[in-house]
Design a binder for this molecule. Structure first.
Ligand SMILES: Cc1cc2nc3c(=O)[nH]c(=O)nc-3n(C[C@H](O)[C@H](O)[C@H](O)COP(=O)(O)OP(=O)(O)OC[C@H]3O[C@@H](n4cnc5c(N)ncnc54)[C@H](O)[C@@H]3O)c2cc1C
Length: 547
């Protein structure tokens, strides 16, 4: 039994100890297996050291503090001069410093802006997955920074100047020109009031002015406004174009990014998301005029991977909290962990995480190999939107169920579960909302022969699993194609997860996943499946070592 401090009137007992001071890597068997299978040569000892660092009580406390003390916008100084700066709690900077030191913002790039060799993506994905379990708001600028280099490839001269600053592992939060800093971060501005999905409706304009452009207009969402520069879409004479908009002009004066206000958000509270006006802001073109979407999509594909990684991480943390608590909490003289119905809920949750982590690590492998293997590139194009759709939309209801395993304690702010619950929906909304992800899969199937072939191969694999000829998706017409896309994309994601599990997890896990999520529609609520006692034992033992 835990020896917890006494209250004046009662002794505290039958409570689990705080879930902290854990090694987030070594305590996560599914993650270790997925890294081993997908990231040949990934340094397990280094990942374990990272897992220990992020699993400390101090890091959990930093995550809590950064969210309890959200950032504040200072638009003007006391005399009415513009400032346009956001101030953060020191805990936010601590989190940023640790993530940058760990290379989450750039370890998949070389100092010249080329892709780092495998297993850079898998190793980073494992770190990102662990970090998101502790605090996710600060990962917004981290994600955008690493992704932006993908788009900056369209401006090689600029990339050559910026990349060495980006790959630096020194976090430099001081508000000064990026070229004077020891490291820099990058953000992205696409969404306007009249449209976020439909960026072609952007009305912000770009006018050529000698060797640079001036941007005039607004963005309705611009997250992490203290980034050193942003990739922004605006209408140039040749059409929608991507621009690099720094916080400072080349001469060192502050660029005209006028921050209007910060969004008051459901979650993601440690991160600042602003509304901004560009009052003839200085900008450099990235890619050709008219090629804005094509250019920035290189960035967006990478941010979508991170959304899936983060949501899988939330699910893992929620599961770990639930299993840990139930191991030590007794109800009716029996540990909750041993109550048959609770075992059913916990093992079903564990099975969902098994599928999610296997899938995201398999996807990271595809990103590692896409440059040299067209099949892996096709996998990444098709499975990234499907994985983002499935995992990000699963996370909120998953976390809710895990929260209930802790009873009232799970609902209370001091536990991490309310924060995870509030955080989860944003990953489904930004970087392409659920329906948009499904439309993306349809587009890939229509236009991309390799992706379509890959989809066909998945259907063949499904037929083998299901023991009968299976077509994943055969719409009769255009309307039906979109109207039923969620069904097809959900199946694609679970199929890809099953295939990923087959390569990493014990057969019993894959078999249970296929039986409960492919052979039939998974029950709407967790714990309402007919997992047998042997499978439940296996899943629960794998989920978390006893502490
Ligand atoms: C906290 C936060 C931070 C953000 N930070 C940034 C940022 O830094 N930079 C930035 O550019 N944006 C940012 N965004 C904006 C975000 O990317 C957009 O909100 C998102 O892309 C959706 O755009 P929208 O809000 O205009 O919704 P809409 O485009 O109006 O979409 C509304 C809904 O309709 C669905 N939909 C769209 N088209 C179709 C269709 N053809 N068929 C069926 N359904 C469809 C969508 O899936 C969505 O569910 C942020 C958003 C949030 C919440």
């Amino acid at each position: 039994m835990n020896t917890l401090p006494r209250f004046d009137t009662t002794e505290v007992f039958n409570q689990s100890s705080p879930y902290e001071n854990v090694d987030l890597y070594s305590s996560d068997l599914a993650l270790q297996e997925a890294v081993k299978a997908n990231g040949d040569g990934a340094d397990a000892a280094a990942l374990s050291a990272y897992g220990r660092q992020w699993g400390t009580a101090e890091m959990f406390a930093a995550g809590r503090r950064a969210n309890e003390n959200p950032p504040k916008l200072y638009t003007f100084d006391p005399k009415g001069f513009r400032r346009d700066v956001v101030e953060f709690h020191p805990a936010y900077h601590d989190l940023m410093r640790a993530s940058v030191a760990g290379g989450l913002h750039a370890s998949t790039w070389t100092p010249t802006g080329e892709r780092a060799p495998p297993p850079a993506e898998v190793a980073r994905a494992a770190r990102y997955y662990m970090t998101a379990q502790v605090e996710s708001g600060h990962l917004c600028p981290i994600t955008m920074t690493r992704a932006a280099l993908g788009a900056l490839a369209a401006a090689p001269e600029l990339l050559a100047k910026v990349a060495p600053k980006v790959v630096s592992t020194s976090y430099d939060p001081v508000f000064r020109p990026w070229w004077e800093k020891t490291g820099m971060t990058l953000g992205m501005g696409m969404t306007e009031k009249q449209g976020g999905t439909d960026v072609r409706a952007n009305i912000t304009t770009a006018t050529l002015s000698g060797d640079y452009y001036t941007i005039f207009g607004h963005k309705w969402f611009l997250s992490a406004p203290m980034c050193d520069a942003f990739l922004v879409l605006a209408q140039a004479p040749g059409g929608l174009t991507c621009f690099f908009v720094p916080r400072f002009r080349p001469g060192g004066s502050v660029n005209a990014l006028h921050l209007q206000r910060l969004k008051d958000k459901l979650g993601n509270r440690s991160n600042a998301s602003s509304e901004v006006e560009f009052a003839d802001a200085y900008a450099l073109r990235v890619g050709d005029e008219g090629a804005g979407v094509r250019t920035i999509i290189q960035m967006v594909q990478l941010t979508r991977l991170d959304c899936a990684l983060a949501s899988a991480g939330f699910m893992r943390m929620a599961l770990a909290q639930a299993v840990h608590h139930c191991r030590y909490r007794s109800v009716f003289q029996r540990h909750l962990y041993n109550q048959p119905m609770m075992r059913s809920v916990l093992s079903d949750l564990a099975l969902e995480v098994e599928g999610a982590v296997a899938l995201v690590m398999r996807l990271a492998r595809a990103f590692d190999r896409a440059g040299s293997d067209p099949r892996e590139a096709a996998y990444a194009r098709l499975v990234t939107p499907a994985a983002k759709y499935w995992i990000c939309k699963t996370a909120p209801s998953f976390i809710y169920e895990a929260m209930e395993c802790l009873g009232g304690n799970g609902y209370v702010e001091e536990s991490i579960l309310p924060r995870l619950y509030r955080e989860a929906p944003v990953n489904a909304i930004w970087e392409g909302s659920g329906n948009v992800m499904c439309l993306d899969v349809l587009r890939a199937l229509r236009r991309d022969k390799e992706a379509a072939d890959f989809f066909g191969a998945m259907a063949t694999e499904a037929s083998a699993w299901l023991g009968k000829e299976t077509t994943l998706f055969e719409p009769k017409n255009e309307f039906e194609s979109e109207a039923t896309a969620r069904v097809a994309v959900g199946r694609l994601a679970t199929l890809a997860a099953a295939a990923a599990l087959e390569a990493t997890a014990p057969p019993a896990v894959t078999e249970a996943f296929v039986r409960t999520r492919l052979l039939r529609q998974h029950a709407a609520l967790y714990g309402a499946d007919d997992l047998d006692a042997y499978t439940m034992d296996a899943l629960l033992q794998r989920s978390l070592p006893e502490r």
